[in-house]
Design a protein around this ligand. Structure first.
Ligand SMILES: [Zn+2]
Length: 125
């Protein structure tokens, strides 16, 4: 079945273009969801950093920052969970991981080919 698929992709430019488009879509989704994970982690880190300022704001402005802070932290954690789940779904439901892995392997090979001979000889075989 897989062989038939691959043969058809090799022969049919239409399907090959479609496959390429969907692969790039999968890759984009994977990148976007991992970016979302990163940004939510960043937001939580920032909130953690802001915590000491909270008391200043509370005393100076008399604001109930604490409630707001807890709300933001909950939103951050919820967002983080959601984006981790989304990333997991993307990686499971699409061939994005193997696709991106393939790209990484290709890049690594390319970089290795362009290494100067002096460095190449230093690398263990
Ligand atoms: Zn076709």
């Amino acid at each position: 079945m897989r062989k038939d698929y691959e043969q058809h992709f090799a022969e049919c430019p239409h399907c090959r273009a479609r496959q390429k488009f969907h692969r790039s879509l999968d890759g984009t989704l994977a990148v976007l969801t991992s970016l979302a994970v990163f940004f939510f982690l960043f937001a939580l880190a920032v909130l953690k950093h802001i915590k000491p300022l909270e008391h200043v704001a509370f005393n100076v402005f008399g604001l109930d920052i604490s409630d707001m802070y807890h709300m933001l932290v909950s939103a951050g954690i919820a967002g983080l969970c959601f984006s981790v789940i989304a990333l997991g779904l993307v990686l499971m439901a699409t061939p994005a991981s193997s696709y991106l892995g393939g790209i990484a392997v290709e890049r690594a090979k390319l970089i290795e080919e362009h290494l100067p001979a002096a460095i190449k000889s230093l690398r263990p075989r």
